[in-house]
Design a protein around this ligand. Structure first.
Ligand code: ADP
Ligand code: MG
Length: 154
């Protein structure tokens, strides 16, 4: 798995900027797994993803209670961004299917960003989909360390 050099962000805007930077590299069908503690910056990063994909970044709010939000956007063949937050789920395959994750992840005209990805998520990721992994760590000075792992090694 290829890891880009970690980036440190010192503001929410900068975290959003990193999301925009990744958005430029995404293709329709890609999955972005977001790992890190509560308040680490995952949702902020998704705001950047949506903005970078030509959507309205401000629309993004934490989907914790709804589990799935779908936003319209437009870049190349990417027409929507699915934003999933599995924090409240145990992550059994049955539960993930009930949420509709199977359809979400196999949407060939969308990018799916997953907060708190559970192991079972991989069950529903199409074999040819590219999966990115982004890891957020809150540092002692409140800055965020963001590590990006490119698709390739699953
Ligand atoms: P998560 O989705 O991981 O729970 P959020 O994206 O909701 O986290 O972010 C939690 C808080 O952290 C928000 O108030 C956000 O503005 C703030 N934040 C994000 N990045 C940074 C940063 N680099 N420095 C300081 N605060 C940040
Ligand atoms: Mg969040």
């Amino acid at each position: 798995m290829t890891a880009a050099a970690p980036v440190r962000t010192r503001s929410a805007d900068a975290t959003e900027g990193e999301g925009r930077r990744l958005a430029a590299r995404l293709r329709a069908g890609d999955v972005v797994n977001l790992e890190g503690d509560l308040a680490a910056g995952k949702t902020t990063f998704v705001r950047g993803l949506l903005g970078g994909l030509g959507g309205e970044a401000r629309q993004v709010s934490s989907p914790s209670f709804v589990i799935l939000h779908t936003y319209e956007c437009r870049r190349g063949t990417i027409r929507s961004l699915h934003h999933v937050d599995l924090y409240r789920l145990h992550g059994t395959p049955e539960e993930l299917r009930e949420v509709g994750l199977e359809d979400t992840l196999s949407d060939a005209a969308a990018v799916t960003a997953v907060e708190w990805p559970k192991e079972a998520v991989a069950t529903w990721v199409p074999i040819d989909a590219r999966v990115w992994r982004v890891r957020f760590t809150v540092e002692a000075d409140d800055s965020r360390m963001i590590e990006m792992f490119e698709p390739g090694d699953r």
